[in-house]
Structures are given as C-alpha cells and as structure tokens.
Design a protein around this ligand. Structure first.
Ligand SMILES: Cc1ncc(COP(=O)(O)O)c(C=O)c1O
Length: 328
C-alpha cells in the first residue's frame, strides 16, 4: 500500500468531513508512543458495468472494530450502521469511481507522557482509492518468518491493535528483504498462524484447511467469505485445525485471504513449489467467486454489499455534519 495519497481527499476526523491535509494529531498523542489504537480495513469495489461502488460487509467490519476497541477500552460513540453511513458519505464526497480502501482508526488520544491509558479516545475514517495490494497475477512466493506470531496473552492477534503490527512489519520487512512476496508466521507452538496481514488456507486431498480462530490469527472477514463460498458454491469440506510447517511443502494448494489482499495464490514456499507452482483450480474458483460476490455479480451474496448509489443523503445540521440513511 505505497501509492501516493492525495492530501485533498476528504476524511472523517474529529466529527467532521475535512481534507486529509488538515487531519492532524499532536506529537504527544498516547497512541503514537504506545500503539494504543485499533484499526480496521474495509474494501469497496467499483463495478464498471453497473456504474456502482459496493462496500463489502461494512457492518461486520465495524462490529469487529468496536469489539476489538473494547479490548483496549476505546469507546467509538457510533453504531456500526452509523459508521457505515459515514463511510458511504465519504465515498460520495470524494466522488470515487474506482476501488476504495477504507481505514477506520480509533485511538487513545490524550497528549501526555505515561503508558497507562485514560479514557480520552478519538476516531477517524479515511477512504482512499486503492488498487491491488500484492499484485499477484502469477502467484506469490512466501517465506516462513523467523519472527513468531504474537500470542493472545501478550497482544491479542484477533484484534487489529496498532502496536501489534510491529510483529507484522518485522516479518513483512524481513520477507521482502529476503526476496519473498509475503511472510508466513508460525505461532510459539510452531504451527502455522497466518501471513503478515492475511489469513492462510491450504487444500489437501480436496479438503480446505485453515488454522482455527484460537490459533493466534485475526478472525478475518475474507476468511469467512471464502469458507461460506467454499461450502455453499463448491460443496467443499472446510476444516479448522492446526497446520504443521511441513504441510506447507506438501499441500496441493495454498492461498492467502484478506481485505487488502483479496484471495491470492501462494505458488512457492521457502523456495519449494506448491504442487506444480501454479494457481490451483480451487484457489482460482474461490478467487473468482469472491470477486464476483464483491462486485455484486452473485445475487445470493448481495446482502454482503452496501451500494453507495443506493444510499440517500440528507443534511441535518449543516453541510459538514451529514446524516445518511440506508434505503436499499
Ligand atoms: C494479521 C491479519 N490477518 C488477517 C487479516 C485478514 O482479515 P480480513 O479478511 O478481515 O481483512 C488481516 C487484515 O485485516 C490482518 O491484518
């Protein structure tokens, strides 16, 4: 995610819609020093044929965000539905006609020194035009990281806590410097956890296998989409169980899932080919199903989507405080 960012893009900050260049925090902000923030990542996909932008499962993302904020005792004073409405308003104000990435961020905002947090919280929503994250048309080469995944009793991996992403950053940096596209992290027991910012699936003998939610992984929403699609559309058996490192070397297919990544094949691990080093049939089918669902092409999954064009905006208290109501 290293694309240039337009400073004029409109963001939601301090309860107002303002240009990104004016959204600033002080140098002593608690979250900046101690990592005491919780973020989310949400995608909206532009469908050219329908001339429509679809936000993918925003209510579930905001529900997860608010639950995870609760782990850090951060209060977000809005419901998932209200946060969805703000998100849609951001799309409108920015006139986006392209794929978009939305980054909600809630954080401990007191400006002082001292690690023990108090109850001063703030949140922002930032929406940015966004292309492919890993650019993986040919499939990825992943490397097992020497960094271990954080444990639930240290910093919960299921929460997108800002400070916890030092773990992902260390692994990702090492992977890239060592010539890999992505890192695969093991947990302290030596079992496979996930990628630096994505969940992991493998196919063995026709069964789809992924680490369980108590395996120090983020409870991914894309992971859930893929599990639903695999069961309902492909009739696959989906098993949540621990995965050994050596299974990565002998499995039939391997792929990563995440809001930013989408569904991307891993075709080599630690310089070993996964099967014949090409995207497998199950990965390809799930990838197509996922992107079809995300663009509104699968009627059965339309309830995952909030169409931006299907929202009606009405101003309640001036142009900078807009109330948006769902009409779909
Ligand atoms: C560590 C980690 N695992 C998995 C995921 C995938 O989760 P989701 O599919 O909800 O984006 C992400 C990204 O959000 C992540 O940061």
């Amino acid at each position: 995610m290293k694309a240039e960012v337009d400073p004029n893009v409109i963001v939601y900050f301090g309860g107002e819609y303002i240009p990104l260049r004016d959204a600033r925090v002080g140098i002593l902000t608690h979250a900046l020093h101690y990592g005491t923030g919780v973020f989310e990542g949400i995608r909206a996909y532009w469908d050219e044929a329908a001339q429509e932008l679809f936000v993918l499962r925003p209510v579930e993302h905001f529900e997860r965000w608010k639950q995870n904020c609760g782990i850090l005792r951060i209060e977000v004073p809005a419901t998932p539905e209200e946060l969805t409405a703000i998100t849609v308003e951001l799309m409108r104000r920015n006139h986006f006609r392209t794929n978009v990435y939305v980054r909600p961020l809630a954080y401990k905002s007191a400006e002082r020194v001292g690690v023990c947090p108090d109850d001063q919280d703030a949140f922002a929503l930032i929406a940015l035009p966004f292309g492919d994250y890993l650019h993986a048309d040919k499939g990825l080469h992943a490397g097992v990281s020497s960094w271990r995944r954080i444990e639930d009793n240290a910093i919960p991996a299921r929460a997108k806590v800002c400070g916890a992403y030092v773990n992902s950053a260390l692994a990702s940096d090492d992977a890239h410097r060592n010539g890999y596209d992505e890192a695969i992290l093991l947990d302290e027991s030596g079992h496979v956890a996930e990628g630096s910012t994505c969940n992991l699936f493998m196919v063995r003998k026709g069964t789809l296998i992924t680490p369980p939610v108590h395996g120090n992984v983020l409870e991914g929403i894309t992971r859930d989409c893929v599990m639903q699609l695999a069961r309902r559309e492909l009739g696959l058996q989906v098993v949540e169980r621990l995965i050994d490192r050596s299974e990565l070397y002998i499995c039939d297919e391997l792929f990563l899932t995440g809001t930013a990544v989408g569904v991307e094949a891993v075709v080599r691990v630690d310089h070993r080919p996964v099967k014949d080093a090409a995207m497998g049939a199950t990965t390809r089918a799930l990838r197509e199903l996922y992107f079809d669902a995300a663009r509104g092409h699968l009627e059965a999954y339309r309830q995952w989507l909030v169409p931006v064009g299907g929202m009606r905006a009405g101003t309640e208290s001036g142009p900078e405080r807009v109330t948006v109501s769902l009409v779909s």
